[in-house]
Design a protein around this ligand. Sequence first.
Ligand code: SAH
Length: 459
Amino acid sequence: MQKNDLVTVQIEDMGTGGEGIGKVDGCALFIKDAIIGDLVEAKIMKMKKNYGYARLMNILTPSPARQNARCREARRCGGCQIQEMDYRQQLAFKKDKVENNLLRLGGVPREILESAMEGIIGMDEPFRYRNKAQYPVGRDREGRLTAGFYAGRTHQIIPVPDMDCALGAEDNQAVLEKILAFMEEYSISPYDEEAHAGLVRHVLIRKGFTTGELMVCLVINGESIPHSDVLAKRLSQIPGMTSITCSINREKTNVIMGNEIRTIWGQSYITDYIGPVKFHISPLSFFQVNPVQTEKLYGAALEFAGLTGKETVWDLYCGIGTISLFLAREAGQVYGVEIVPQAIEDAKNNAAANGIENARFHVGKAEEVLPDLYEKEGIRADVIVVDPPRKGCEQAVLETMVKMQPERIVYVSCDPATLARDVKYLRESGYEIKRVKAVDMFPHTVHVETVCCLHRVNS
Ligand code: SAH
């Protein structure tokens, strides 16, 4: 096999990036947009020694799990990887991924995993779940003003009319149309990355799903938007509009948001709820993008924590304190640790806004704060919750957790591979897996979240 050869491939597996995998002459081929069960014709793009990459040319026999994507541009867009796969199959694929990691990388015995593993929590309606979208603004090849999403791995914009993103809120379309029409009318230039010139770089739209409040923030390469009163008047007619701001970003950078936010109309923030807890969301605040599933995920974390009102709980990698505030209502005392100072500011404000007085927060690296407080102050915990980024927990965090001897450790994970690695260490250090639940926070993408409860076993 060599570059440009056409081959027929039966897709038998799926890679971590959602690409279909099939074998030809004993050699694995990775084929984007092919799904398990498809028989496809593909063109070899690149060959390595034992594997290669091929482009999907034709679907000869479609998989029973194949369905039409809802987005017209699903394949070109970099956002989703498996929109053409039936949702039940997506869920089965994600649950398998969690199980396989725990079995193979985590070394969890099959009978223990089988009794711990619960069903994956999917969405009843797996579309329109994102409460946040960031659209680049630019010009298309013909020089027309456009806004949309970047095509996968490029900075070429797929324009909005072609791609009303089926994961985002329906309101997004109207907001962008009004902004583009306004820019056209008043000759306001979009930002040009190459030349580092032009004004409007990105449009950020956020929606409070519970409150219906809408936020629009225009990221600009300048100090202000000419005729912004006209823009504000038009945007404020959209039902739910609560906050219109601009963010100043004059740097030559891929970072979307600038740090300075100016209010153009209404408030500088919107409000939303996860379960009973209220959050203030500013353009720069972190907030979970799928609030419906977040409530289920953190609800499971709370259930696994098994609180009775007396416990001391540590919530490591606490972000804006979403889990901490959920836990605080049923714990004695909660301590959160987070590396981003602004997130801790938000966490404290959110605690105050909800009248929660038994949550305290520390800024710093979990792998420094926890060992330090343990050595110097002998802190203890009945339950420790962790929700680390993809790379999982640092060794120093795992070691200190074990020394603290909590009854239960609740591990919330966005990457089953690092979860499995950390579970292996915890199982070798006196903890056993009791319950595992996967939650689908990002339907149509390959991501999966897991919450895993480990109990201390007498040894
Ligand atoms: N549960 C949180 C989100 C957790 S995401 C919420 O709902 O808000 C992981 C968090 O870990 C991020 O907020 C990130 O800033 C933080 N983080 C990353 N590395 C860290 C470290 N070494 N120590 C502490 N926090 C860290």
